[in-house]
Design a binder for this molecule. Structure first.
Ligand code: S0N
Length: 279
């Protein structure tokens, strides 16, 4: 895959890379020898990178991808799966306690108020498939393969991996994907509304960057509100919390709210009478 943009790497990570260019952050799962399966350390690093991208006001769109052409992500690293979750090198694992911290990352991607694009070459399988489902958009290479494996390897995702998938492709198709654990080509995925576009592998990054650039031309606040609105319905109270927070932020930005703050600081009565009581 040729690069169409001058990515600038930053940070020091073992399991991922973090790069930025032209208002886009690219976060890459970098464990190609395991088809980019994630372990607890991978997820801690991904969470840090997504936080960096969220806080960087130069960044408007985030791309999540996997290193190499073989896989986007093959889910949880089955080789370090313990009896209650995934084991790492940290103190918690030393005490024999496993983690399921991919769930925190899924929530983080949903809450992040900037569009996240999954750029998929090769396999998006198991927990890796759920990650692309959680992203706002998916651009797939023609070699991409999609599917869930849980019932084959003794796991399942009863959260976004089930009901957000069902919301995306419909109930019957979601059941088929989980019950049969088949793999689907990029074209099949596009037909079921699971991906936004399919392009030749060598054009994957070019196409993804084109979509990102197009979004960067749009109003960041409008994109933030639309993402929040679309997710609010399916995220229930937590989604409303996010959307309500955004409403509060917009109110804070108004002269009307600032009058209340200024009146308090200046120890005077607020003069709200100059603001209209809107129909
Ligand atoms: C991806 C597949 C289809 C690729 O096949 P291919 O190209 O033939 O390559 P392989 O030779 O099979 O693999 C190359 C090397 O990579 C290793 N590897 C591949 N995937 C994994 C993996 N997931 N974990 C560890 N290693 C992996 C291979 O072993 C091989 O290395 P060597 O030769 O050294 O052994 C194919 O590899 C495949 O089917 N992989 C397994 C896919 C899978 O079942 N993933 C796990 C599914 N489950 C989850 O993801 C858990 C979900 C989850 O995370 C979650 C959800 C909700 C709540 C909690 C959790 C949680 O568990 O955290």
């Amino acid at each position: 895959m040729s690069s169409v943009i001058d990515w600038q790497p930053s940070g020091s990570y073992t399991d991922i890379t973090y790069e930025t260019a032209e208002g886009i952050a690219k976060i890459t799962i970098n464990r190609p020898e395991r088809r980019n399966a994630f372990r607890p350390q991978t997820l801690f690093e991904l969470q840090e990178a997504f936080n960096l991208a969220r806080d960087d006001s130069n960044v408007g769109v985030i791309i999540l991808t996997g290193a190499g052409e073989q896989a986007f992500c093959s889910g949880g690293d089955q080789k370090i799966r313990g009896d209650d979750g995934y084991m790492g090198d940290d103190e918690v694992a030393q005490r024999g306690i496993g983690r399921l911290n991919v769930l925190d990352l899924q929530v983080q991607i949903r809450r992040l108020p900037k569009p996240v694009i999954a750029m998929v070459a090769g396999y998006a399988i198991g927990g890796g498939h759920v990650l692309h489902v959680c992203c706002d958009l998916t651009i797939a290479a023609d070699n991409a393969r999609f599917g869930q494996t849980g019932p084959k390897v003794g796991s399942f995702d009863g959260g976004y991996g089930s009901w957000l998938l069902a919301q995306t492709v419909g109930l019957k198709k979601a059941r088929e994907i989980w019950y049969l654990c088949r793999q689907y080509s990029a074209e099949e995925a596009e037909r079921m509304g699971l991906v936004n576009a399919v392009v030749p592998l060598e054009r994957l990054e070019e196409e993804t960057v084109t979509w990102a650039r197009e979004m960067l031309e749009k109003s960041p606040l409008a994109l933030r509100m639309v993402k929040g609105a679309i997710n609010a319905v399916s995220d229930g109270a937590a989604g409303m919390q996010q959307f309500a927070g955004d409403a509060t932020m917009l109110y804070y930005m108004s002269e009307e709210a600032q009058e209340g703050r200024d009146a308090f600081k200046e120890k005077r009565a607020p003069a709200f009478d100059r603001f209209p009581r809107r129909p």
